[in-house]
Write a protein that binds this ligand. Structure first.
Ligand code: FAD
Ligand code: PYC
Length: 417
């Protein structure tokens, strides 16, 4: 079988998206703010926007060590869905999908949310049983999800190979029609522009290097590469690097950080109508509005902060893509890149208070936090403003790893870990 051309991938690897945030003119940090959000990804910028918009806190800053959107927000494959198994997760991700549905209007910025449907393929009896369980559970939660036969899956996604002769034949699929994709840089810029208009300071090239605490243990401010800043409220939203930042306040996190890679093909005319994920052979694919096939891999098997992963991981993914879509075997890959995701033991996020007064954390979104962006920002803002979680994020405590009230979404995460 002919493979995707990897030579172009090797010669032109690395972050395709760097640059947007470099054009943002950051103000100088003030000496003090009512609240600080660490991390200028989609979640952090979203939290700042909702703090200003819904809670009236406008003397706030987002501190970003690089440029806004230069982290996972700009490196992901933009799949959005809410078909998670447990009630707690379904509520959180569905909250986010509902916000996605109105986000372009809310921000007056086209985030290109496209509900083209997310198809999750089943290749074995376990997949069939597991995905059907998700379909039933989702429906009980009022979330759309339906079961398709292989023929129905092919009708929805005509390029799909449903031949019974392939290594892992398609035995059916779960379809969430309201799932889809959005344009990641537009989400970052939309939130940044709207937060900026409400008076939020978005400060790039400003790495937080220490978190200061007073005699009572509560936070009093941060040290940064652009000087010290006082504040009594800090929201940490630094996907992939949470353990490092939380250690600055003396808090140990139940997280591991892994590289996660994605890649895009040369642009071609529209040929792929939906989003497709295959857990068992492991690949996920959609087509961007520019025409590139957007393809994601699994996490590397070792922990790292390197923002690049092993070539064998992407090669394995392309093998899977070529098997499911033989017509793509002659395409060339344009570029690949990696992000760093932080993963909890139960594959669900942590979003809430911490043992340190005035310190709040949003992390552990692992391979699946882009879809949550508006929801996580919204609920982190609520938690920071009121010093208590919203009922939707209340179950996603740090404490659950002590009490054992885990929310095991390993199957719904659907990306190989
Ligand atoms: P980020 O954009 O990473 O923001 C965190 C920011 O914190 C960064 O900009 C970083 O520079 C900053 N920071 C770190 N340390 C400091 C410090 N000390 N001081 C100041 N700033 C700091 N999710 C999905 O739902 N669907 C997908 O299809 C999907 N595909 C993915 C594919 C890949 C290849 C990757 C890597 C991830 C994928 N994800 C997906 C996961 C998703 O991208 C993340 O869960 C989500 O983007 C994390 O939130 P964020 O956007 O705020 O993070
Ligand atoms: O969570 O849907 C997801 C996802 C797809 C690719 C990476 N994460």
């Amino acid at each position: 079988m002919r493979r995707f051309s990897l030579s172009s991938l090797l010669s032109e690897s690395l972050n395709a998206h760097q640059g947007w945030g470099r054009q943002w003119r950051s103000p100088a940090p003030k000496a003090a703010y009512d609240a600080i959000i660490i991390g200028g990804g989609g979640h952090g910028l979203g939290a700042a926007y909702y703090l200003a918009r819904e809670h009236g806190l406008t003397n706030i800053a987002v501190l970003e060590k690089g440029w806004i959107g230069g982290g996972n927000a700009g490196r992901n494959t933009t799949i959005i869905r809410s078909n998670y198994l447990y009630d707690e997760s379904a509520a959180f991700y569905e909250h986010a999908v509902k916000l996605w549905e109105g986000l372009s209007q809310e921000l007056n910025y086209n985030v290109m949310f496209s509900q083209r449907g997310v198809l999750m393929l089943a290749h074995n009896v376990h997949d069939v049983q597991s995905f059907k369980r998700h379909v039933y559970s989702n429906r009980l939660n009022g979330i759309d999800n339906e079961w398709l036969t292989p023929e129905e899956a092919k009708a929805f996604c005509p390029p799909l190979n449903i031949s019974p002769d392939i290594r892992y034949p398609v035995m059916g699929a779960a379809l969430q029609r309201r799932g889809g994709t959005a344009r990641h840089d537009a989400v970052v810029w939309g939130y940044a522009r709207a937060a900026d208009a409400l008076g939020v300071d978005i400060i790039q090239n400003c790495e937080v290097t220490a978190i200061n605490r007073g005699p009572d243990g509560a936070v009093t401010g941060v040290e940064t590469t652009r000087g010290a800043i006082r504040t009594k409220k800090i929201g940490v939203s630094v996907a992939g690097h949470t353990s490092v930042v939380m250690a600055m306040a003396g808090v140990r996190m139940p997280l591991e950080s892994f590289p996660l890679q994605a890649l895009v093909s040369e642009p071609v005319k529209p040929c792929f109508p939906c989003v497709l994920m295959s857990n068992a052979v492991h690949a996920y694919i959609s087509q961007s509005d520019k025409g590139e096939l957007v393809i994601g891999a699994g996490t590397d098997q070792y922990v790292s902060y390197s923002q690049q992963g092993g070539l064998h991981i992407t090669t394995h993914t392309l093998d899977a893509i070529c098997e499911l879509f033989p017509q793509f075997t002659r395409m060339k890959m344009l570029r690949s890149w990696g992000g760093i995701v932080d993963v909890t033991p139960d594959r669900s996020p942590i979003c809430g208070k911490t043992p340190v007064p005035g310190l709040y954390v949003n992390c552990g979104w692992g391979t699946g936090g882009f879809k949550a962006t508006p929801g996580a920002g919204h609920l982190l803002a609520h938690t920071v403003a009121r010093d208590e979680p919203h009922p939707i994020n209340a179950p996603f405590t740090l404490d659950r790893f002590r009490t054992g009230r885990l929310i095991d979404e390993a199957a719904a995460a659907a990306v190989a870990h």
